[in-house]
Design a protein around this ligand. Structure first.
Ligand code: HEC
Length: 709
């Protein structure tokens, strides 16, 4: 039995016998998760561990491991798995060091595993108040976690950064990253760059002012903060962003941003270049979403949908590139940020790559932010292209909708969303799930901003406009497609594409043996040939693995791990369209060549109970439909189909408790918040009447979830 030193940050230098925890790993006595700058740098060549969300700071999700290859991948099977006891989306990329795998689940429940056997070493539950689920557009997910010098660092939905002792799972420090006066939440992974924890937050859909911050990984002390939208008071914040705010303010005009905060939240990807000491922040959509309401239809609205480069030490502004000026369509530039050195026109360029929601694949110079190139990865009509001289999109004026509905591509689901992209320096291709779809937009002329509720500024039309919308949307739905796409970032073109059935295909990983791994919406996990997209191995796993996969080497065996937990925003879109496949609760799956564990059969879903009768008037039902769309749809699905709980399938008992559930917080523990601050009893009755009408409509052939598109 070896004796281990716990991290120095823990009370003095206590010595623990970790073998008692089931941990028996050889890491030269340095203790679990002992990651520092030297070890991060060594990872560029050594694929043993997966120490960072994107593996290395380049976030290429490329592993140098080659033991699993085209010759043996057909024998890949399950080495171990863990039931995660949730039907919520599990979007995290796990991390791994020295025989221990760390994972994070919805509500930020964090688990350390013996990576050889799957035995749980510790579980930490930060007890996120379940009513926080209300602020997460797309379920209380977490996309990942970080490690640094013996600590596992998580960011919770309610805005805490918590450093856990990697050996015990006990908190070492906790810090709150935002005030609760605005509906902020965190779903993105915190990242540690050379001892600084950098994290952003979500909330742009509801109405907040986006910012990014850095905290000391040893102590949790705030190092700097940078606001990504102007201060409505016009006063300086006393933060790193102050020096650039005069430039930012000039790009905004009068509008509801002053009540709602402007948005631009960096809710997912944040990149880093250690040599340049720069942090790259990908920013989100505006608050409210519609440009007309947000800023009177005037100004570019910095830094919405941009990449902003900051000095890692001071948080000071270095450069920015705005992918979507005048943002109007819920496009975000929070998607994967990958750094690489590319040969372009005979010169090696230090670049940054991103395929944001807006349908273009961008290559930028990461030292200066200079635009290098961009091309369409999917059908796009909001812009005809990007001006190569200015780097500015040629926006199609007709895409800036008024009250007359217009079909714009891509949809707010994006041509590429948060699902992690990978890049192989061997094939020189980027790999990403792409999605082709459009959405019909029209301005709601009567829109009134309401903090803490979804603030689109779209919709609200009736009569002919509603008919036109339905016709246009039906047209868009016909051409809906999804792919795994291999993209050449130098030639700016697709090299191969594998068609997949629907939106929500998972994050991508690529290895030095030219294998591309991805979870698919066929509820499979698959390996593709990185050079031509040929399927080399595919296994049904009872749920669509949406998060990014990782790979690691332990005792001379290469493992591949992925969370299989269908859910989140893509699942909401799909369920809203009537797609709900029978699936198992989420699992962490770990594969190796020769693994032979079988998954138990999926439990059949219970049949929907017959809905009650209702005597509500048409007018009440119609009113309930509008209130439902404003308040409940984000979680319970469009037209009450699917979502976290299908409200067409409530039991008689639940119908009886309906008012108490909605107005008294009866199910707050399950994540169903109290809505008494937003709704009056007669409004809840109208919603209830609407739900009963929906259940009546669909009871029978469609109550199983296979409703119309
Ligand atoms: C932020 C997400 C969220 C929003 C918004 C939301 N709910 Fe819920 N709701 C939940 C969750 C989570 C549950 C519990 C699911 C479970 O049982 O696993 C739930 C459960 C319920 C249930 C119990 C259903 C059953 O069959 O047990 C009712 C009724 C309900 N919600 C009504 C509403 C209504 C009405 C609205 C809009 C006013 C609403 N919810 C908005 C998340 C949400």
């Amino acid at each position: 039995m070896r004796m281990w030193r716990t991290p120095a940050a823990l009370a003095g230098a206590v010595t623990l016998g970790l073998a008692g925890l089931g941990l028996a790993v050889a890491n030269e006595g340095r203790g679990p998760a002992a990651v520092d700058s030297a070890r991060m740098a060594a990872q560029e060549k050594d694929g043993t561990d997966w120490l960072h969300d994107g593996r290395t700071y380049s976030a290429q999700r490329y592993s140098p491991l080659t033991q699993i290859d085209a010759g043996n991948v057909s024998k890949l099977g399950i080495a171990w798995y863990d039931d995660l006891d949730t039907f919520r989306g599990v979007e995290a990329t796990p991390i791994y060091a020295d025989g221990v795998l760390y994972n994070i689940l919805p509500w930020n429940i964090t688990i350390a595993y013996d990576a050889r056997t799957g035995k749980r070493l510790w579980t930490y539950d930060p007890k996120v108040p379940r009513e926080y689920g209300r602020y997460a557009c797309c379920e209380p997910v977490s996309r990942g976690l970080a490690m640094w010098k013996g600590k596992i660092i998580i960011a919770t939905l309610d805005g805490r950064l918590i450093a856990l002792d990697a050996a015990t799972g006990k908190p070492v420090w906790t810090t709150q990253t935002f005030d609760h006066d605005m509906p902020y939440s965190i779903t993105g992974a915190p990242r540690v760059f050379d001892g600084k924890v950098v994290v952003g937050q979500s909330g742009g859909d509801l109405g907040v002012r986006g910012f990014v911050g850095a905290w000391d990984a040893e102590t949790g002390k705030k190092l700097w903060k940078f606001f990504l939208a102007p201060n409505p008071t016009g006063k300086p914040d006393g933060e790193a962003s102050d020096s650039i705010m005069p430039m930012v303010e000039k790009t905004w005009s009068d509008g509801m941003w002053k009540q709602l905060g402007g948005g631009a939240n960096p809710w997912d990807s944040i990149g880093y270049d250690p040599a340049l000491n720069m942090v790259y922040v990908g920013t989100g959509n505006g608050s409210p979403l519609a440009w007309h309401h947000r800023s009177g239809g005037k100004g570019d609205n910095l830094f919405i949908c941009s990449i902003v480069a900051l000095d890692a030490t001071s948080g000071k502004y270095k450069w920015h590139y705005q992918m979507v000026p005048q943002e109007d369509w819920d496009y975000t530039c929070t998607q994967s940020i990958i750094t690489a050195d590319l040969r372009i026109k005979g010169k090696t360029r230090q670049v940054l790559m991103q395929a944001p929601k807006n349908g273009f694949f961008y290559v930028l110079d990461r030292r200066t932010g200079q635009f290098i190139s961009a091309e369409k990865i999917a059908p796009v009509n909001w812009a005809s292209g990007i001006d190569p001289k200015t780097g500015r999109p040629n926006i199609n004026p007709a895409a800036h909708f008024g009250t007359d509905p217009v079909l714009v591509m891509p949809s707010p689901g994006g041509a590429h969303n948060w699902f992690p992209m990978a890049y192989s320096p061997r094939t020189k291709l980027a790999y990403l799930p792409t999605y082709e779809w459009g959405m019909v937009y029209a301005l709601d002329p009567d829109f009134k901003p309401k903090p803490f509720r979804s603030n689109g500024g779209w919709g609200g039309y009736t009569g002919d406009a509603l008919k036109k919308r339905a016709a246009l949307q039906a047209e868009a739905n016909k051409s809906e497609k999804a792919f795994l796409t291999a993209w050449d970032p130098v030639a700016q073109k697709a090299v191969w594409k594998v068609p997949l059935p629907r939106h929500g295909n998972g994050g991508v990983m690529v290895t030095a043996s030219d294998l591309v791994f991805e979870g698919t919406t066929k509820q499979t996990f698959a390996a593709f040939d990185a050079r031509n997209g040929k399927v080399l191995w595919e296994m049904p796993v009872q749920s669509a693995p949406v998060g990014g996969a990782i790979t690691y080497m332990l005792d001379g065996v290469q493992y591949v791990a992925v969370n299989a937990g269908w859910g989140g925003g893509a699942a909401q879109i799909e369920r809203g369209a009537g797609t709900e496949l029978p699936r198992a609760a989420a699992r962490l799956l770990v594969f190796k060549v020769g693994g032979n564990l079988q998954l138990p059969p999926i439990k059949p879903e219970e049949k929907a109970p017959e809905p009650p009768r209702s005597s509500a008037s048409e007018a009440t039902i119609a009113r309930g439909a509008v209130l439902y769309a404003q308040t409940c749809q984000v979680c319970h699905g469009q037209q009450a189909m699917g979502g976290v709980k299908d409200l067409r399938k409530m039991t008689a008992e639940t119908h009886g408790k309906f008012n108490d559930i909605v107005l008294k917080g009866l199910y707050a523990e399950k994540g169903m918040a109290n809505f008494s601050d937003l709704l009056k009893p007669d409004e809840v009755e109208a919603i209830h009447a609407y739900l009963i009408a929906r259940a009546q409509e669909d009871w029978g052939q469609k109550s199983d979830g296979t409703g119309p598109h």
